[in-house]
Write a protein that binds this ligand. Structure first.
Ligand code: URP
Ligand code: ZN
Ligand code: ZN
Ligand code: ZN
Length: 483
């Protein structure tokens, strides 16, 4: 039986127009005026948009001696409550573990998902096994591989490993992702701060100044350029990193930047709150920054030099955060945001006039669907697309509160923020998971979204490729040798 979304205004990344939308068997089958028949969802006064895609989550992730507290069930329930209909989580191999074994663990966890999902694969160590596993991972529809330049002694990879992995990805048509912070400098600053008696959560911010992010972003861009691989920089939080991305894009390099809703709306003053718990709950990497950096991120979204707004949802309870009492470096890094990304961005982006509604759709859904190669199955209101739809009520308001959230943790970093613009309905492949404020998710409804590799080219590298093509040099009197 059909579902028909009636009397709404369709908003896509390029168009705004009045139309009804029919859904059959999880797919959009008709878009047009006055569609009749089937179960009606009243969208009067609402915008009918592609459901959000959050390309950066850590659900039930083993990290810093514990596990993040939202799993695929609570995490995707929170996502749907806020209008997000697909998440992309990071499969994280243990040191020495094969990528395929890590993938098995993520396959098992994700069977509880309420909405569709995909994975990125993390390259947490380097060796023949990883090199050999990569083609099979790509064959299974995972074409994006994350590298941590931070977390020395745990997840960090060195530059030689980075270049080897990037080069392999270039051959396979994958995309390299980086967490860009200079892990060596962070480790030095951390040791110095602790030795000087700076043990509180504010020292976490001191240990990760914007320069460590700017340096690592520039380095990753240059190494990606030499390897010939497209690069996606996760959680861009500062002007230095944004500047590097902006410059690379203007040079024609395939580089994308992803700011988080947290960095766009919360600043470093959170770490100076006298309440230890308040500050520790907001410890994440990179840390929240001052207004100059926030303005840069907003400018990036407005000008198109930054492409995607994500959450890096990695939620720890207050009790877990207290593992770092007396030593900030032991506070599990991460914050939540899955339920709040869309309402917060609408409130602070669209309602303030910084973003158009079409730009909102682009940065929350369509751009990442294109980058990840799952457009227009996802990220589109189009006949044939999956019916991942949010019916958005621009007049609906609430004050964000942990007491009413779906996430399993006991606080919310946006507690007390007032938002205007919320889902009236959220549909995941046609199933109405949010119905006028009521949550009707179905555990296990979510399916894995496989993605195809791109053609293995980065056209911006043509000059470099010519320069490095092995070509013997002829010199009179000297025998030619290979380069
Ligand atoms: O602090 C953060 N961002 N925690 C999650 C892991 C990561 O670095 O993305
Ligand atoms: Zn990260
Ligand atoms: Zn992350
Ligand atoms: Zn706010």
């Amino acid at each position: 039986m059909s579902t028909v979304i009636r009397n709404g205004t369709v908003v896509t990344a390029d168009l705004t127009y009045k139309a009804d939308v029919r859904v059959d068997n999880g797919v959009i089958t008709e878009i047009g005026p006055d569609l009749k028949g089937g179960t009606e969802l009243d969208a009067t006064g609402c915008y009918v948009m592609p459901g959000g895609i959050d390309p950066h989550t850590h659900l039930e992730m083993p990290f810093m001696g514990t596990y993040s507290s939202d799993d695929f069930e609570s995490g995707t329930r929170a996502a749907l409550a806020g209008g997000t209909t697909m998440v992309v989580d990071f499969a994280l191999p243990n040191p020495g573990e094969s990528l395929l074994d890590a993938l098995k663990r993520w396959d098992n966890k994700s069977t509880r998902a309420n909405c569709d999902y995909s994975f990125h694969m993390a390259v947490t160590w380097w060796g023949e096994q990883v090199f050999n596993d990569m083609p099979e991972v790509v064959k299974r529809g995972i074409t994006t591989f994350k590298h941590f330049l931070a977390y020395k002694g745990a997840l960090m990879v060195n530059d030689d490993e980075l270049f080897a992995s990037f080069s392999r990805l270039a051959e396979l048509g994958g995309i390299a992702l980086v967490h860009a912070e200079n892990g060596d400098v962070v480790a030095e600053l951390t040791a110095k701060l602790l030795a000087e008696g700076n043990t509180g959560p504010e020292a976490h911010a001191y240990s990760r100044p914007s320069q460590v992010e700017g340096e690592a972003t520039n380095r990753a861009i240059m190494i990606a350029d030499m390897a010939g691989v497209p690069l996606y920089v996760v959680h861009v939080s500062c002007e230095e990193a944004h500047e590097a991305i902006r410059r690379a894009r203007m040079q024609g390099k395939r580089v994308w930047g992803e700011p988080l809703i947290q960095h766009l709306t919360l600043d470093e003053s959170e770490y100076f709150n006298p309440d230890w718990d308040h500050a520790a709950r907001r410890v994440m990497s990179p840390p929240f920054r001052d207004k100059k950096h926030q303005d840069s991120l907003w400018a990036g979204l407005m000008s198109g030099s930054l492409s995607v707004v994500a959450t890096d949802h990695c939620a720890f309870t207050t009790e877990q955060k207290r593992m770092g009492v007396g030593d900030f470096s032991k506070i599990p890094n991460g914050t939540g945001g899955l339920e709040d990304r869309m309402p917060m961005l609408w409130t602070h982006g669209v309602n303030t006039g910084r973003l158009t509604m079409n730009e909102f759709v682009a940065v929350t859904s369509t751009n990442i669907a294109k980058i990840l190669n799952c457009y227009p199955k996802k990220g589109a209101i189009m006949v044939g697309a999956d019916a991942d739809i949010v019916v958005w009520d621009p007049e609906k308001e609430k004050t964000i509160a942990a007491a009413t959230q779906q996430s399993a943790i006991d606080y919310n970093v946006f507690e007390g923020h007032h938002v205007k613009g919320l889902p009236r309905f959220t549909l995941t492949r046609g199933h109405v998971a949010v119905h006028d404020g009521e949550i009707r998710t179905q555990e296990g409804h979510g399916k894995f979204v496989a993605r195809e590799a791109n053609a293995p080219v980065n056209r911006a590298l043509s000059t470099w490729k010519e320069l490095t093509a092995p070509r013997p040099v002829e010199r009179s009197g000297i025998p030619a040798t290979g380069v």
